[in-house]
Structures are given as structure tokens and as C-alpha cells.
Design a protein around this ligand. Structure first.
Ligand code: PLP
Length: 370
């Protein structure tokens, strides 16, 4: 099956006596046993639930892994992945990471070593020697820098380092890290996979059973699994992943072209894929005015939803990154990030044009609705 078909037809809910075309929702905590000693497939939803299992099978199939585990948020999945490294272990971490992941890394008892995953020339045996885990996002967020996963995986494999890739930015529709050599994929399903900005969810997708089993044990022990109704919503969102992302990506390309030609824009960052782009104006106050001057873009963190949003990462999604780290990764304070949704591209461009062309210092119009 090709990807678009797999999204719709790839995983079926078995054993439904009524053959519902949309999967039933098993909104239950407990499953009754036939006898006191005879255990069936499911007994308690913290451990396993048919609705959640359905979406996990879909995620495993999309990413090409042995198995997937759905969590109550992307951060719950990130935390579970990082705790694969034992206390005090050396972990290799990319320079430019989501702010919440930075905040967590700050508090975990790990020896965090930064590596430039975007620059293979900086990798040596000494860098990887003795490391337990390597964690990165590609493209990074919000600087949109990319890592050659295939090349990096050759190093991590040689040194027995677990390679963990946060694939939230592109989703398995556009990138499949497990096929490029990663061991574990992280997804904030809150973004593209659920796709409607109406739930928080996360997932880990493991290439091998050996990694999947301890993660499943830990999730059951801690009770961080995704609730059945949210799993059902996620499964519904997944069906349209391809059409949503293709459309948003196409609009993003049109916005990039427009921004590259606009005199108020000093630099545009984009990787030619996905629905997130960023630009600079050379002036923080000006960038803030643009962010607050649009009417169709919500001033909001996150991405991958049907509604477009605009943000100043330095004071929003990445505010929890310590100032020293922000300057180490050269996160420009005037950087504006746009997460493209499904509105008409012409409307979005006209709105941005209005905000970028407004005279300096002009306050946000009273009609602004975002
Ligand atoms: N990873 C990335 C790349 C993110 O952008 C986010 C959230 O913005 C997360 C992980 C955390 O996901 P969640 O907000 O679902 O906990």
C-alpha cells in the first residue's frame, strides 16, 4: 500500500461484530475476565486498550517500527525516551531543541554533552565514546537546521549509542528516521499527527522489540499512556495527515517566496519541506509589531494544526531555554516563526503583507481576532 492508502486502510479494528467503518471507542478503564484465572487480550486501560492499540499500530506502521507507545503528551514521550539513559549517563544532545526538552534536560541527572549534529566534520570517536544516547530534532526548531541522519547513525551504531530522533517537525509523511538508522522516534502527536490543535498527545516508536519492551513496562508502571478518547481523536486526525501536510507545505512554499521578496524581511529560514518557516526583520520591536499586526495568524506556540499561527520563539516556545543557551545556538531575538495551516494562501500572504508594510510603531488594529 502507498502511504495515502495506508493512512486510511492500513490498520483495521478487528473483532467488531457490527463492522463499523470508523473504529469504535473503548472508553473503559477495565475489561471483565471470563474466569478468575483466564486472562484475555485486555484487562486494564493503563496497560493496554483496543482504541489506543489501534492508533499505536498505525503509528508503528507509518514510522516503520516494531511498535509504538502513545503517551499523554509529547513531553511524556520525551521524558520516557531520555530516561532510557541511566542516572549520570553521558548523553549527546543537539544544539537546537524544543524549549520543553531543554527544561527537562536541565533537571535530569545526566551528563549532557552538546554536539553539532548538523556538522559531520565535528564528529570524532572521542565524541561518541562512552555515550549512552544521542538525542536530536531534524529539522531543528525554530532554526530549521538539518542533520544527515544516515551519516550520524553510522557513528552511533559503531559506538553502541541509542539514536533518538524527535520527528515532530516533518512527521512520518515526510521523513522516516527509523529507515535512516535511528533506534527510536519521538512524536509530539499534538502537532501534525492529530492535526486539529484540539488535543495533546505523544508517542515513541521503537525500531526493535528490545527497546519497545522496557518502554512499555515503564509506561504501564508510571501510568503515562494516552487516554482512549484522545487516542480515538488522534486516529481520526491521522487519516488526513497526508492531505493536510501536502496542502500546508504548498502554502508554506508560497509564503517563503513572498517573504524572500519583501523589503522588510532580512532573512528567511526554511528547509523546503514541512509547514514551519521563520524569518527575521533585523529589529525585535519590528518583529513583535508584525506578530501582533496579523489578523489571520493566532499568536500561539505549536504547529501542525489546521489554523496558522505566528510567534516570537525567544519569548514564547523557547522562553524556557536559558539565555546562555539561546545565545550559544544564536537564536535571533527578532526571529518570527510561522506555522502554516490550511487557510487560503492568498489570504495569508495579504495578511502578512499588511503587517509587514504597516508603519513602524503602529499598534495592532482593533479588529484583530487572533
Ligand atoms: N517536540 C517538539 C519538536 C515540540 O515542538 C514539542 C511541543 O511543541 C514537543 C516535543 C512537546 O510536545 P507536547 O507539547 O505534545 O508535550
Amino acid at each position: 500500500m502507498r502511504p495515502a492508502t495506508r493512512l486510511i486502510r492500513g490498520t483495521r479494528c478487528g473483532h467488531d461484530p457490527y463492522r463499523a467503518t470508523a473504529p469504535p471507542l473503548y472508553q473503559t478503564a477495565t475489561f471483565a475476565q471470563a474466569t478468575a484465572t483466564g486472562f484475555d487480550a485486555y484487562d486494564y486501560s493503563r496497560t493496554d486498550n483496543p482504541t489506543r492499540r489501534l492508533v499505536e499500530d498505525e503509528l508503528a506502521s507509518l514510522e516503520g517500527g516494531h511498535g509504538a507507545l502513545a503517551y499523554s503528551s509529547g513531553m511524556a514521550a520525551v521524558a520516557a525516551a531520555l530516561r532510557l539513559a541511566p542516572t549520570g549517563a553521558r548523553v549527546l544532545v543537539a544544539q537546537d531543541l524544543y524549549g520543553g526538552t531543554e527544561r527537562l534536560l536541565d533537571r535530569l541527572d545526566l551528563e549532557v554533552a552538546r554536539i553539532d549534529t548538523t556538522d559531520p566534520a565535528s564528529w570524532t570517536d572521542a565524541v561518541f565514546e562512552g555515550a549512552h544516547l544521542c538525542y536530536l530534532e531534524t529539522p531543528s526548531n525554530p532554526l530549521l537546521e538539518t542533520t544527515d541522519l544516515r551519516a550520524l547513525a553510522r557513528w552511533t551504531r559503531r559506538h553502541g549509542v541509542v539514536l533518538v530522533v524527535d520527528n515532530t517537525m516533518l512527521s512520518p509523511w515526510l521523513q522516516r528516521p527509523l529507515e535512516l538508522g535511528a533506534d527510536l522516534v519521538v512524536q509530539s502527536c499534538t502537532k501534525h499527527l492529530a492535526g486539529h490543535g484540539d488535543l495533546t498527545a505523544g508517542a515513541l516508536i521503537a525500531k526493535e522489540r528490545a527497546l519497545y519492551e522496557p518502554l512499555a513496562f515503564q509506561r504501564n508502571a508510571e501510568g503515562t499512556a494516552l487516554a482512549p478518547f484522545d487516542a480515538w481523536l488522534l486516529s481520526r486526525g491521522l487519516k488526513t495527515l497526508g492531505v493536510r501536510l501536502e496542502r500546508a507545505q504548498d502554502t508554506a512554499r508560497q509564503l517563503v517566496k513572498f517573504l524572500r521578496g519583501h523589503p522588510a524581511v532580512t532573512r528567511v529560514r526554511d528547509v523546503g519541506m514541512g509547514s514551519v518557516l521563520a524569518f527575521e526583520t533585523g529589529d525585535v520591536a519590528r518583529s513583535q509589531q508584525v506578530v501582533e499586526g496579523t489578523e489571520l495568524f493566532s499568536i500561539a506556540v505549536s504547529f501542525g494544526g489546521v489554523a496558522s499561527s505566528i510567534s516570537l520563539p525567544c519569548v514564547m516556545s523557547h522562553a524556557s531555554v536559558p539565555a546562555a543557551r539561546r545565545s550559544a545556538v544564536q537564536l535571533p531575538p527578532d526571529l518570527v516563526r510561522i506555522a502554516v495551516g490550511l487557510e487560503d494562501p492568498g489570504d495569508l500572504i495579504a495578511d502578512l503583507d499588511r503587517a509587514l508594510s504597516a508603519p513602524r510603531g503602529q499598534p495592532r488594529p482593533a479588529t484583530a481576532s487572533a
